[in-house]
Design a protein around this ligand. Structure first.
Ligand SMILES: Cc1ncc(COP(=O)(O)O)c(C=O)c1O
Length: 434
């Protein structure tokens, strides 16, 4: 296996590209801080050129940069669906979509079971049947249109690491004229040609209404771009409140995003992605634990499911003690019985680290199965991860405990990483993701 030492967050090529980009603007024009909302002083030619570059890279008509992926989802779901419209969303959709839906004007919001095409098909048919019934009721003189249907999915689910069956979903939606919005937060930089995402990998770019590419994960920056039709961009500029009423991101962050995209465009991340893929494949084919405990995933996010917060806390603590930064995901972030340790493999991880991970997990699982239930005690593991990614149980509405607030939130700097990485036994430093 090649010795590639870094993911993008600690990548020297990105570091020097970024510094060079900053140095090429010695007169601080554009200004260092954006100084305002983009609708006031915060806009710049630089930001617009970057959006064009991102749109071109993702083969989209337009791209619109938000300060975060969270803002982008809230902006979209709070403003685009109209009062008569319908939103159907995967039950595991990210908290930011839930927050957008809390203030959306859409009349109907319904979850479908995770990745369940049959359930999604049933909901689509119900919406169209109701449309037909309404049309009959309103009589021949009143023009009653079919409602717009927006469907929200993630290409790679943040808690399980599994992928959405996007091709089948697109096939299902098209006859109903439904609009698909794919959150590519965990696929950007990792899936698709030069990191364009899973929609690209499956050749679906022209069949998806909008995609969200976040810069905060693989791209070692902050913010996100919604890519899609130009009319969507124009609409969001006028109606998306997180964009209108917030100071736009700084020039240095835009320079960082641009530098990361240049690396993607020039194929400089291909080797890193191959390394991660190699580690994923090694991990999955070598770990020996009961099949039901290992979540199905081809992405860098791997989950080992255990029953109960105490168990995931204990295993996570053992891994952290061994220098591997792996965090527990607990109820109510995930449904009861689906608690898991969440592993995120990075290109800077070594084969030895993955071997160590496998060894500790296997030993722990074997020991656990010999221990009577209840013998495992709670240990204190920081859980800021709970506040970053929120998956909701099937029955949850936007006000369910899992989508409203995590049980434990900590802002300590030692608690915000979710990676398999070397950490000192005393303090687990922030290790960002690729
Ligand atoms: C699937 C998904 N969507 C959106 C977001 C929000 O992105 P950001 O961190 O840029 O706000 C996250 C981040 O945790 C995520 O996992």
């Amino acid at each position: 296996m090649n010795e590639v030492k870094s993911g993008l967050a600690r990548n020297p090529v990105l570091g020097s590209r970024f510094l060079k980009e900053l140095e090429s603007f010695p007169k601080h024009s554009p200004p260092l801080g954006s100084t305002g909302s983009r609708l006031l002083d915060g806009n710049s030619r630089y930001a617009e050129d970057l959006e064009d570059m991102i749109a071109q890279f993702h083969h989209a008509e337009a791209a619109l940069i938000f300060n975060s992926g969270f803002d982008a989802n809230v902006g979209f779901f709070s403003s685009v669906p109209q009062p008569d419209d319908v939103i159907l969303y995967d039950e595991y959709i990210h908290a930011s979509v839930h927050d957008g839906m809390k203030v959306t004007r859409a009349g109907v919001k319904k979850a479908f079971l995770h990745n369940d095409l049959v359930h999604l098909a049933e909901l689509l048919q119900t919406v169209r049947r109701e449309d037909r019934e309404n049309a009959i009721r309103s009589g021949p003189h009143e023009k009653k249109r079919e409602r717009n249907i927006f469907v929200a999915v993630e290409s790679v689910y943040s808690m399980d690491g599994d992928t959405a069956p996007l091709r089948e979903i697109v096939d299902l939606l098209e006859p109903h004229g439904a609009h698909l919005i794919v959150d590519e937060a965990h696929a950007t930089g990792v899936f698709g040609l030069q990191g364009r995402g899973l929609v690209n990998e499956l050749g679906l770019e022209s069949r998806v209404f909008a995609r969200l590419h976040t810069f905060s994960k693989a791209l070692a920056s902050n913010g996100a771009a919604l890519v899609g039709p130009k009319i969507l961009k124009d609409y969001l500029i006028n109606y998306a409140r997180p964009l209108i009423y917030s100071t736009f991101t700084s020039f240095s962050n835009l320079a960082s995003i641009k530098s990361a995209y240049q690396m993607l465009i020039e194929g400089e991340t291909v080797e890193l992605v191959e390394k991660v893929r190699g580690l994923i494949s090694y991990f999955r084919s070598n770990i020996r634990i009961p099949e039901h405990m290992l979540l199905p995933s081809t992405s860098p996010i791997q989950g080992i499911v255990m029953d109960g917060n105490a168990k995931v806390n204990a295993l996570s603590q053992e891994l952290i003690r061994a220098g591997l930064n792996v965090k527990p995901i607990r109820f109510p972030t995930v449904p009861k019985g689906k608690e898991r340790v969440r592993i995120c493999l990075h290109s800077h991880n070594t084969l030895e680290q993955v071997q160590k991970l496998i060894h500790i997990v296997q030993t722990w699982v074997n020991r656990d199965q010999a221990v009577p239930v209840g013998a495992i005690t709670e240990v204190d593991v920081p859980a800021i991860i709970d506040s970053l990614d929120v998956a909701s149980p099937a029955s949850s509405s936007s006000s369910s405990p899992s989508s409203s607030a995590p049980t434990t939130t900590s802002l300590s700097s030692s608690s915000s990483a979710f990676s398999v990485s070397a950490v000192s036994a005393k303090s687990s430093h922030i290790i960002s993701k690729l």
